[in-house]
Design a protein around this ligand. Sequence first.
Ligand SMILES: C[S@@+](CC[C@H](N)C(=O)[O-])C[C@H]1O[C@@H](n2cnc3c(N)ncnc32)[C@H](O)[C@@H]1O
Ligand SMILES: *[C@@H]1O[C@H](CO)[C@@H](O)[C@H](O)[C@H]1NC(C)=O
Ligand SMILES: *[C@@H]1O[C@H](CO)[C@@H](O)[C@H](O)[C@H]1NC(C)=O
Length: 255
Amino acid sequence: AATCLLPCSLISSWKLAWASLQRQSLHTAGRHCKARSGAEHLWLTRHLKDPFVKAAKAESYRCRSAFKLLEVNKRHRILWPGLRVLDCGAAPGAWSQVAVQKVNAAGAEPSTPVGFVLGVDLLHISPLEGATFLCPANVTDPGTFQRIQELLPGGRADVILSDMAPNATGVRGLDHDRIIGLCLSLLDMVPDILQPGGTLLCKTWAGSQSHRLQKRLTEEFQNTRTVKPEASRKESSEVYLLATQYRKAKGSVKD
Ligand SMILES: C[S@@+](CC[C@H](N)C(=O)[O-])C[C@H]1O[C@@H](n2cnc3c(N)ncnc32)[C@H](O)[C@@H]1O
Ligand SMILES: *[C@@H]1O[C@H](CO)[C@@H](O)[C@H](O)[C@H]1NC(C)=O
Ligand SMILES: *[C@@H]1O[C@H](CO)[C@@H](O)[C@H](O)[C@H]1NC(C)=O
């Protein structure tokens, strides 16, 4: 739980700083900050005041990003009991926690269908009741792809979530190109994994190549929209693409 209050993208870089802060009260943490650089201080001050961080702690989500998925789901209703979900870039597991609840993957609601959640990440993910984790594993690696197909009931998912992001270098153009590349690699797997009529939600960072991704999604899904949840920090270029009603899947439908 030590990492659960961090924005997931910062976990690796802040792990050490956080570990030392964990041993102190928030009050002393505030004072401790003053010794830090201006940017670190600013980040930490903002982080400690963040209502989504507080809510994540209160509701025991592993990280504040849970609220982004909760919000998208509230507005667009993409998860319901019985669905099979593939969560790409799942560590530390907050989206998987939300998915397990919404698709009833742990069978907590006896009167509704039981779904399935498979989370994949390069990093280790602590066990979660109702979820299956494949880690450490690279989603875009052909070997992983085969394991994903084997693990999904019926070999397909109804919903593919991707909060995957490369480690940011801070060079906006480069980071943008990399995340678009990652999304496009994921899209290459979609015909073999996504159920016709299915949904894809993927994280991007806005930039010059976004139209390439959008074009492909528009070709392959009946409906594509851009979503920027409230829980996504306004100053970040993060935007999610939500594509619904997947048109076709390799070898399963003729249209
Ligand atoms: C923002 S975090 C995800 C947070 C997660 N949605 C949650 O709520 O707990 C992004 C994750 O994507 C993972 N990632 C990036 N590229 C990946 C790849 N090629 N295969 C698997 N995971 C990847 C990173 O390791 C990182 O843990
Ligand atoms: C994931 O696998 C792809 C394809 O093998 C490779 O190009 C990419 O560099 C790998 N990513 C990481 C973070 O290892
Ligand atoms: C990001 O960095 C961490 C720690 O250095 C590493 O374990 C992880 O694989 C990296 N993620 C990507 C997407 O390259």
